[in-house]
Design a binder for this molecule. Structure first.
Ligand SMILES: [Zn+2]
Length: 99
């Protein structure tokens, strides 16, 4: 597996939450989470348990890899394409002849 095939990020349990860090960040190293917190990873990484997921990290991760955030998915917003939001073509409204 080459370096190009490695995932970009991974989840770690630090600061009582599940935050995302660069995949290449090793146990014992210090660095920043995707939400901007400075952390030092423990030498033995804990298995991911039930710590709540950091929403800011999740959003940042999704934006980095070019997929919609959970809020965007739930809101049913159209997929972003080249930095622009695709909008449905407006349809001509038929005039209703009642009255
Ligand atoms: Zn975070």
């Amino acid at each position: 597996m080459s370096v190009d095939q490695l995932p970009r990020f991974r989840w770690v349990e630090v600061l009582q939450n599940r935050h995302a860090v660069a995949f290449v960040m090793c146990p014992g190293q210090s660095g920043r989470t995707l939400c901007g917190r400075f952390v030092t990873l423990p030498y033995v990484l804990r298995r991911l348990g039930f710590a709540p997921e950091c929403q800011v990290c999740d959003d940042a991760w999704r934006r980095e890899i070019g997929v919609r955030t959970r809020a965007e998915v739930l809101a049913g917003s159209p997929r972003r394409c080249h930095g622009r939001t695709a909008r449905p073509t407006p349809r001509a409204t038929p005039s209703s002849g009642s009255g």
